[in-house]
Design a protein around this ligand. Sequence first.
Ligand SMILES: C[S@@+](CC[C@H](N)C(=O)[O-])C[C@H]1O[C@@H](n2cnc3c(N)ncnc32)[C@H](O)[C@@H]1O
Length: 212
Amino acid sequence: MLRDDVYRRPLATALERLGIGPGWRCADIGAGGGDVTVALAEIVGREGRVYAVDSDPLARDEAASAGAAFSQVVAITQAGEDLRLPEAVDLAFCRFLLLHVEDPAVVVERMRHAVRPGGWVVAQEPITSAGRIAGMTLSMPGARHPDVGAVLPAIAVHAGLEVVDAWAEAPAGAGPGPVAEYLRSLTGVDPGDDPVVLPPLVTVIARVPNGC
Ligand SMILES: C[S@@+](CC[C@H](N)C(=O)[O-])C[C@H]1O[C@@H](n2cnc3c(N)ncnc32)[C@H](O)[C@@H]1O
């Protein structure tokens, strides 16, 4: 998938940093096209579980069909604000979700409550205005919080999570290639040979305190 191509490295880095392995119970909130769901399902294996959660039934179906080859994927139509899973999970993950929700803090709080004590909440969200095309700032008028990545660590801390690691990564390129193609698919703008820096994705890896 295109998004997976260009933002694969931040996802891989986060999953490595977590030490996720077979048997983990996970939730992918705002699962959409299912890129993250599939990456998680491949790692946790049949003895694990991945709840692919999306508020939009069509997006939920998309995630379900992306994960159809994995019996460990369970697709659920539910808003992040109302998150209630059949069991406590080891990891709640979201990527490119909080920029769209009404109140990102509410969703992160719900993610924290979905995770067992000592488990993990991971969020990967952009700072859209830090992206550049030919040196010009990117914008995303359709998103409620296009720069939510810039405040992501603070949101996690305020939700009562222990931030273990946080960083930003941005795919960049010039001329034809996956970065230009991704930008074209997202915005309809063809950057030609202009240099592109896609919005940096801020990753927060946070732990639910024991005893919570
Ligand atoms: C940009 S897509 C991201 C898909 C996927 N996480 C990824 O990184 O490829 C955002 C997804 O979040 C879903 N979404 C938006 N608001 C939501 C909410 N309040 N609760 C759950 N899902 C939501 C949308 O339906 C959409 O599928």
